[in-house]
Design a binder for this molecule. Structure first.
Ligand code: C2E
Ligand code: CA
Ligand code: CA
Ligand code: CA
Length: 277
């Protein structure tokens, strides 16, 4: 496509222009998603070796008029467009609201973790935003956790550390997500003020066929235990994996083998049956 502007002839490669228009489109669609009530979330259980429910992770969903969009594609775009903190705030509020409605008065609440992005930490006000969502719905801080990746910590390390300390001071659980595939040094990770490491799914692939993979997971579990951190094995898909990983005391599991992410209604049903058994 050639566009004549004054004396200049500006050439656009068709695919570049299209993708730019597409990006503009997605941006405005994302900006509208909250108002149009297109966002929702599902909850995936984290369980112990006995399959008992310990915690949930909240995963965002976007039902656009033209179909479902995966968070693996819209979250990175929201980060690029500077919209992700709005999405985080929406989810913090929605999860706090969910947690404010136990099935029965006095029933103990299963904590829910929310993923936060590097942008949320960079702004420096994450602690206030989390506390505000909690107090708006009268929810205790131990009902909520946050998950962040190693790379989210790399920008302003000291600022991030301060916020993590604050979150934990208030009793909000902090997990490091996708652990082991980022580039942070082990010595730094040892200093992290976090409650839990989530071992990336890529480590689970291979634990049944490759002894060294299994030894690597063992070493990480041992290290975490001696540092008083909990460990979650992410993306566990097969019985064989679970059998292998069950030899590690205290390891928690999250993955399709135990459960797909569940709708809020399905969660309530699960909580109801757990409470009555
Ligand atoms: P994540 O935080 O690592 O979340 C786990 C992802 O793995 C989820 O995909 C989940 O459905 C999927 N998963 C769970 N068990 C298994 C399994 O056994 N096998 C396989 N192959 N996958 C499994 P989902 O929901 O599509 O989310 C993708 C990513 O998008 C998340 O990865 C996270 O990085 C991001 N994301 C999702 N929701 C949010 C959000 O509310 N805020 C932010 N900042 N990021 C989010
Ligand atoms: Ca996560
Ligand atoms: Ca993860
Ligand atoms: Ca991931």
């Amino acid at each position: 496509v050639l566009i004549q502007s004054g004396e200049f002839v500006v050439a656009f490669r068709p695919d570049t222009e299209e993708s730019r228009i597409e990006q503009m489109n997605i941006r405005s669609q994302l900006e509208l998603a909250v108002d149009r009530d297109e966002l929702s979330f599902v909850l995936q259980p984290k369980v112990n070796a006995q399959g008992e429910l310990i915690e949930f992770e909240a995963l965002m969903r976007w039902e656009h008029r033209d179909g479902h969009v995966s968070p693996a594609s819209f979250i990175p775009m929201a980060e690029e467009f500077g919209l992700v903190t709005q999405l985080t705030d929406w989810l913090l509020d929605a999860v706090a609201e969910f947690q404010s409605q136990p099935l029965r008065p006095g029933q103990s609440i299963v904590p829910v973790s929310v993923n936060v992005s590097a942008r949320d930490l960079e702004r420096g006000d994450l602690v206030e935003r989390v506390l505000k969502a909690l107090s708006r719905h009268g929810v205790q801080p131990d009902c909520l956790g946050i998950e962040l990746t190693e790379t989210a910590l790399l920008g302003d390390w000291d600022g991030a550390m301060e916020q993590l300390h604050q979150l934990r001071f208030w009793g909000i659980r902090v997990s490091v997500d996708d652990f082991g595939i980022g580039h942070s040094s082990l010595s730094r990770m040892v200093d992290l003020p976090v409650d839990c490491l989530k071992l990336d799914r890529s480590f689970m692939q291979g634990v049944t066929s490759d002894r060294r993979r299994l030894m690597l997971v063992r070493a990480m579990v041992d290290l975490c235990r001696s540092l008083n951190m909990q460990v979650v094995a992410e993306g566990v898909e097969t019985e064989a994996e679970v059998t292998r990983l069950s030899e590690f005391d205290g390891l928690l599991f999250q993955g399709f083998y135990f459960s797909q992410p569940l709708s809020r209604i399905a969660c309530r049903r699960l909580l109801g049956s757990a409470a009555s058994s």
